[in-house]
Design a protein around this ligand. Structure first.
Ligand SMILES: O=C(O)c1ccccc1N[C@@H]1O[C@H](COP(=O)(O)O)[C@@H](O)[C@H]1O
Length: 216
């Protein structure tokens, strides 16, 4: 069993990046969507990424962005993983030759298997709750909507917090979890203790999975 990877999204401040790394984040998310309260400029993103140690991945979140903007971000931030969180088509997602994942907006009736097949070039599908706007709404969706045979690594997202992430990991068994609102004091301002609790809860869930697997 591989441990559950952790992405903390929507970082805007140096101290939050340091605290996220200290807590054990595997990836940090930088929101390049101008309408988000967590939006960062490219210059700011570059400053934040400079604080990352090796093996912590910067993720750039885009919503229907022009290709030139994505290319500019990729040139400025080597190693940027792209998160497409809008209405991008599979062709849109493949335009910039970088690893990418595509967000699915989960709601009753949504055909996730078909979606994952359409976006077969993705490194992962990120499952977020269907909310007004595009995401970061802090709302949980019904995890029973997720089929057991999604043909791509799953990143579970949408309203996760230290209080519910153990259940999420045990029920969904995702490749990774992604959190934003659930570790914030206000939009774009993270809380060190909440990030720590979130990462500890994921470790606890992994330990319980391992125990169950070993029949303890
Ligand atoms: O964070 C945002 O403001 C945002 C804006 C537009 C699209 C996605 C956004 N955030 C992503 O939404 C999910 C769920 O976030 P939350 O934990 O429910 O707040 C997550 O992947 C964020 O990266």
């Amino acid at each position: 069993m591989s441990r559950t990877r952790i992405k903390i999204c929507g970082l805007t401040r140096e101290q939050d990046v340091l605290d996220a790394v200290q807590a054990g984040a595997d990836a940090i998310g930088l929101v390049f969507y101008e309408r988000s309260p967590r939006h960062v400029s490219l210059q700011r993103a570059v400053e934040l990424v400079r604080l990352l140690p090796p093996f912590v991945t910067p993720v750039g979140l885009f919503v229907n962005a022009p290709v030139a903007q994505i290319e500019q971000a990729c040139s400025a931030i080597p190693g940027l993983l792209l998160q497409y969180h809008g209405d991008e088509s599979p062709e849109d997602c493949a335009r910039v030759p970088r690893p990418w994942m595509r967000a699915a907006r989960m709601a009753p009736g949504f055909d996730l298997l078909n979606f994952a097949q359409q976006f077969a070039g993705a490194q992962a599908v990120l499952l977020d709750t269907h909310v007004e706007g595009y995401g970061g709404g802090g709302k949980v969706f019904d995890w029973s909507l997720i089929p057991s045979d999604v043909p791509a690594p799953v990143v579970l997202s949408g309203g996760l917090s230290p209080a519910n992430v153990i259940d999420g990991v045990l029920q969904v068994r995702p490749w990774a979890v992604d959190v934003s609102s659930g570790v914030e004091v206000s939009k774009g301002i993270k809380d060190a203790a909440l990030m720590q609790q979130f990462c500890e809860a994921v470790r606890e869930a992994d330990a319980r999975r391992l125990e169950a697997q070993n029949g303890c």
